[in-house]
Design a protein. Structure first.
Length: 205
């Protein structure tokens, strides 16, 4: 993959688009979100982050004829046996339907953990990031990342998106929503997964 390669980001999530564009910018790639080409979404029928990321990357590549990068990510809470997991972006859909937002998801998670004490609120953000050269690419490249933390009892900080205001990064004594973008990008599950992906792409270049 050369620095001049145009790549489609297979997401319609504004927060992810901003974060991933910033992460990819140093590599000089021409990055375009899928919304510039089509409006539909891939069906996320997989049972794992990796499966869903592959489905999204293949769909975006098929729709555009371009290489595509997709991520599937979410928060896993130990006390909830790994939930919300792959359902993180639609965790409160059972309550709010198409009115589901980051805030309703976050609030549902806090409600679920209301009776769980401080020392038992361990969680991790997980990300699977996939690159495909074309829609039926038989060897998708996969980068993985995991970021460990704890779930706060109330939101803290105004930055980030998703569950960031309640994801506590113990070594920094801050929530993910309180971190400067550059620091978050270095540490985050998405940053880790992308770095892994880039290293593999460079080895194959």
């Amino acid at each position: 993959m050369s620095n001049s390669t145009q790549v489609v980001l297979a997401t319609g999530n504004a927060g992810k688009i901003a974060e991933m564009t910033e992460l990819l910018e140093p590599y000089g790639w021409q990055v375009s979100p899928q919304g510039q080409f089509f409006d539909s979404e891939a069906e996320e029928t997989g049972l794992t982050f990796i499966e869903n990321a592959i489905l999204k990357a293949r769909y975006a590549s098929e729709q555009t004829g371009l290489p595509a990068i997709a991520d599937d990510s979410g928060i896993e809470v130990t006390a909830l046996k790994g939930q919300p997991g792959i359902y993180s972006a639609r965790y409160s859909e059972d309550i709010y339907g198409d009115q589901t937002t980051d805030q309703t998801n976050l609030q549902k998670l806090l409600d679920e953990l209301k009776s769980v004490p401080q020392g038992q609120r361990q969680a991790s953000y997980y990300c699977a990031m996939v690159y495909v050269e074309y829609g039926n690419d038989p060897v998708p490249i996969i980068g993985l990342g995991r970021w460990y933390g704890n779930v706060l009892v109330a939101p803290q900080g105004k930055g980030g998106f998703g569950y960031d205001p309640i994801f506590w990064v113990e070594e920094l004594d801050k929530s993910a929503a309180e971190l400067p973008k550059e620091q978050k990008n270095r540490m985050s599950h998405r940053g880790q997964a992308l770095n892994s992906l880039v290293m593999q792409l460079r080895r194959g270049a």
